[in-house]
Design a protein around this ligand. Structure first.
Ligand SMILES: Cc1cc2nc3c(=O)[nH]c(=O)nc-3n(C[C@H](O)[C@H](O)[C@H](O)COP(=O)(O)O)c2cc1C
Length: 173
């Protein structure tokens, strides 16, 4: 039987939520039983055999809900197939390079090493001035981060497709 999958995300302004929704859509289209929830609404991941989880990066850190989720469910996550993603640096080029070659904030490395995800990916993000608070605009201006939508949907879809292929169990003839 195909595993039940949870796609869960930590997003502030919605760009990461959109990425998670796209991944969820691809997994469903592939025929998997998949749910989607914000990370702070997941109380019990135990019904799921596989988890795809992602967080936006703010000032070098994952969202607090994501850190809390990893800490609260570390043991359960070590027993599941897990995929992780960070989003999202802005600007042209390889998002991982834009994130200084780190797929995840450094402080998460020990817990992630214990969880042993199948893969970790970095997707470009969005800076939308209409959504940012004044202090966010101030920070973004100071670090000269490029404003715009740098999500590459073809890359996101291909990554989700790869997860679907890994999870689909061939039905007996
Ligand atoms: C105040 C602020 C700080 C940010 N800091 C970082 C950062 O340190 N590294 C990074 O790659 N992206 C950073 N970003 C970009 C966000 O990760 C990007 O806007 C992301 O798409 C936001 O996702 P969300 O809409 O799901 O919250 C920052 C954005 C803001 C507004």
């Amino acid at each position: 039987m195909n595993p039940r999958v949870l796609v869960t995300y930590a997003s502030k302004h919605g760009a990461t939520a959109d990425i998670a929704n796209k991944i969820h859509e691809i997994l469903k289209q592939a025929g998997l039983s998949a749910d989607i929830l914000p990370m702070d609404e997941v109380t019990n991941p135990s019904p799921y055999q596989a988890i795809v989880l992602g967080s936006a990066v703010y000032i070098g850190q994952w969202r607090r809900a994501a850190i809390r989720f990893l800490k609260a469910h570390e043991q359960a996550l070590t027993e599941k197939q897990v995929w992780m993603f960070s989003s999202g640096p802005t600007g042209h080029g390889d998002p991982e390079k834009l994130l200084n070659g780190q797929k995840l904030p450094e402080g998460l490395q020990p817990i992630v090493a214990r969880i042993q995800p199948r893969d970790i990916e970095v997707f470009g993000g969005v800076l939308d001035e209409d959504k940012m608070h004044f202090w966010e605009k101030w920070i973004i201006k100071n670090v000269k981060a490029p404003v715009g939508d740098f999500r590459d949907w073809a890359v996101i879809e291909a990554w989700a497709q790869g997860i679907a292929e890994d999870l689909m169990v061939a039905e007996p003839a």
